[in-house]
Write a protein of this length. Structure first.
Length: 153
């Protein structure tokens, strides 16, 4: 795969990548010998099944390790030397309890209900839902980490 290039020349491409959530059902002018790759970053439970898409896709590109093209959220890398972190100093700097950074709340797993219940219990919830107006209180991760205990989803 060291000779791969990302371009928008579908007529000459060996493979065509489709972003699953945005797929409209139209493959366009894809040749029978081209590889159709479907790309998802979230669990399939978040998307409605699309029979046309399923019948035409050759490869999958997802967060799962058993995907044809694994696309993990992140990787672990061995450090050359251990980090020098003063955890006592970090602990003393915490001024608030916990903030939950949550996205993709509207789904069948009940994440929205959980976010609302946690907020009612006093937990600060910073939400970033799809199709929502821009956040009114954007804040960098460093600022959050210095104030809160930050769980990640």
């Amino acid at each position: 795969m060291n000779r791969c290039r990302i371009q928008s020349e579908i007529s000459t491409a060996d493979a065509v990548l489709y972003h699953g959530p945005d797929f409209t059902g139209n493959f366009g002018r894809i040749r029978d010998d081209q590889i159709a790759v479907i790309w998802y970053l979230e669990s399939p439970i978040n998307y409605s099944p699309n029979k046309e898409l399923i019948s035409r896709v050759n490869w999958t590109m997802t967060y799962r390790q058993d995907a044809d093209i694994p696309l993990p959220y992140g990787i672990f890398k061995k450090l050359e030397r251990p980090l020098e972190i003063n955890y006592d100093e970090i602990w003393v700097a915490k001024r608030k309890s916990t903030v939950w950074l949550v996205s993709n709340c509207v789904q069948p797993t009940g994440r929205m209900e959980l976010a609302n219940a946690m907020k009612a219990a006093g937990l600060e919830v910073r939400r970033s839902f799809a199709h929502q107006a821009p956040r009114t209180h954007p804040v960098g991760e460093e600022a959050l980490v210095s104030v809160y205990y930050v769980p990640r989803e």
